[in-house]
Design a protein around this ligand. Structure first.
Ligand code: PHE
Length: 342
């Protein structure tokens, strides 16, 4: 009986077969159970020896079942591991990863450079009201500068003439919002989108600027020049980038200047370094006392400088891109050509 049962256990090919072998031996109607029941008809002497022998068989079979079960489970696990195995030595499938848009990359770089000088970032709405975009900046209603800006005017659903919202034409309204809500000293930059109705190789209806504003008790034009020179040297990775401060006019600064950067256009590519030409990159000046007053800052106590720089312009210069419109054509060949995607 013992060898017959052990044979059944060891030949069970899977857990289901093993279970039926167990039932066949130890179950209610199993062979060992049946033999146990037959003990009653034996003499006491025989019952003892046969009973002991049967118990030994029962133990041996139970043990064999446990052992077989462990083997079968281990084999099943092994099989699963084999079938789920990954070949980590396989070469990867070629895939191209995306990157931030060149304008975002440039903005991040600008934020990092001014951040190291102690200027922190502020933001404002793209849809501005007349006060923040114009009036507070000393551009009253009939001022010709409103025309200069090629403003996009917005209407509400009813065409209400008093709606007076515009797409901001520059980042300068963020100066106003910051001065209204914060106490000097103020040291901030405000990067973001700006909008003007204009379109050619150097103008798109949506473009980006970064505004700078520093207000404290003894700020001079010298601080402005130093700040911009340091920025340009760091950004273009050239020592003493040639900068030209040209006297100019903005209603919100006095005195005002436009800043040109020395560049060359060898073979259609803009380059910094050796230069035979100038390209305008920003407007700047000392914040006009009227603007300070509009924003609740006493011009007798505080003064400061501000600048507004075209982000596309300085990205074009750094990467030698001749046409501004190409930034917004989403042409993968263009992005690859200038190294903006791998
Ligand atoms: N807002 C001006 C422009 O868009 C630039 C500027 C900013 C000039 C701050 C002076 C001071 O042209």
């Amino acid at each position: 009986l013992k060898s017959e049962l052990l044979e059944e256990v060891s030949s069970a090919a899977d857990l289901a077969a093993l279970d039926s072998a167990r039932v066949g031996a130890l179950g209610k109607k199993g062979k060992i159970t049946a033999a146990m029941k037959g003990l009653g008809g034996l003499s006491p002497e025989e019952r003892k020896t046969t009973g002991q022998a049967l118990n030994a068989v029962k133990d041996a079979v139970a043990e064999a079942i446990d052992a077989r079960k462990a083997d079968l489970e281990a084999a099943a696990l092994q099989q699963q591991l084999e079938s789920e195995r990954l070949d980590v030595s396989l070469p990867v499938r070629p895939e191209s990863r995306g990157k931030l848009h060149p304008i975002s990359q440039t903005m991040d770089e600008i934020v990092a450079i001014f951040g190291a000088m102690g200027l922190s970032v502020r933001e404002g709405p793209n849809i501005e009201d007349d006060f923040h975009n114009f009036t507070a900046l000393n551009i009253p209603a009939e001022h010709p500068a409103r025309q200069m800006m090629d403003t996009f005017y917005l209407q509400d659903e009813n065409g209400n003439p008093d709606f007076e919202k515009v797409l901001r034409t520059h980042t300068s309204p963020v100066q106003v919002r910051t001065m209204q809500s914060e106490e000097p000293p103020i040291r901030i930059i405000a990067p973001g989108r700006t909008y003007r109705s204009d379109y050619d190789a150097t103008h798109t209806p949506m473009f980006h600027q970064v505004e700078g504003l520093v207000i404290d008790k003894h700020i001079t034009f010298g601080h402005l020049k130093g700040c911009l020179q340091e920025f340009c040297d760091a950004y273009f990775e050239v020592e003493n980038v040639p900068l030209r401060f040209r006297p100019s006019y903005f209603p919100f600064t006095e005195p005002s200047a436009e800043v040109d950067i020395g560049c060359s256009r060898e073979g259609g590519e803009l380059k910094i370094g050796h230069y035979d030409d100038w390209l305008e990159i920003l407007g700047c000046g000392m914040v006009h006392p009227k603007v300070l007053q509009h924003c609740g800052i006493d011009p007798e106590e505080y003064q400061g400088f501000a600048f507004g720089m075209g982000i596309e312009r300085i990205a074009m210069l750094k990467y030698g891109i001749p046409d501004l419109r190409t930034f917004y054509e989403a042409d993968i060949r263009w992005l690859k050509h200038y190294g903006f995607v791998p």
